[in-house]
Design a protein around this ligand. Sequence first.
Ligand SMILES: [Zn+2]
Length: 432
Amino acid sequence: MKTAIRGALLTFKDDPFVRDMQDCMVYEDDAVVVMEDGKIAAVGPAATILPTLPQDLEVTRYTDSVILPGFIDSHVHYPQTEMIAAYGEQLIDWLNNYTFITEQGFADKDHAAEVASVFLKEQHKNGVTSACVFGTVFPQSVDALFEEAANYDMRIMAGKVCMDRNAPEALLDTPQRAYDESKVLIERWHGKGRAEYVITPRFAPTSSPEQLEMLGALAREFPNTLIQSHLSENRGEVEWVKSLFPACRDYTDVYQRFGLLRERAIYGHGIHLSEAELEVLSATGTAIAHCPTSNFFLGSGCFNVKQARDARRPVKVGLATDLGAGTSFSMLQTMNEAYKAAQLSGYALSAGHAFYLASRGSAEALGLADKIGSIEVGKEADLAVLNLKSTPIIEYRMKYARDIHEALFVQMTLGDDRAIAATYIAGRRVWG
Ligand SMILES: [Zn+2]
């Protein structure tokens, strides 16, 4: 199965937070991407690639568009699809009054499957080709998502939420059940097709020390799995963690003590971290998922990407929607809010940096940069095609865009799902 598409192309070959943008960003005016058996078989200027293709191979052409690596949402809760836009609360009340009620419905696998289907279709409409996803405490909710993603051969990372305290009885497991059920899911799904398992304590306040201990042991037993949770999102939460774990130096130290910081571990938010905590995250290779729409929606604060990515002790950062506290499936809208978070932190986030975070940056944060996040020969063929003229006002504004940097900035500020002309997963068009 060989297919090819043609259009302008943008990708990143290195990290613009550490090196000059011009050494990282690759832009081609007129490129061709050839996809075969789910991988990128060839990529380069149309003038070079076209003569090498078989006469009968149809090349789909996208004009007024840019071919991008598919977006990677590095932190998202699929069960919260049905409660996006829930009014009036900050983190802890929002969890108690909305989330913990909604998630109880996922004991029913048919319901989980229905939501998983809506969730993945919405991601594809938004050019999201890969994601690191929270399930619920019920293992069948994770099965439902993996099964649905397998229909698209989508690179999906997901895990069963573990919590054994400070949540409604119906959503609690125990340390042993968390370990056993996670292990069964690892054996069933990790490395099956493009699925990968993520060990998923919800966050420190909902896990006892015994549960975190057992999940740390599981992480050592399966060092290639991912780990995901939440860290330092809200000031009240940070104080609560201090009182629950009085022996720990700070919030980050809780996860450190239980062996939950390492390569392929990613924590949502990280807004209120100290310099000492950032140093620990950097030294252990642990990543932060930057979730700006969620942080603004819940009034949690502004994550400072520039500070986190400081080249002297860089912490890996991925971009994420954190739906349903996040308010959009669109990674363009997420970049838009990331720009505002940066402004409120005293600097400007360039379009190049934002598009990097949504693709290669997220792949680096998840330990997947050898497979996805950029358009290179041998990488998996996950692509999004961005229509540069998706609405009348964007089309009008684009007349005044002087270069690709400005054009991309207009897209991330004004664009949304309408700007995604097509989405390809493993070389197959799933949207557009
Ligand atoms: Zn989250």
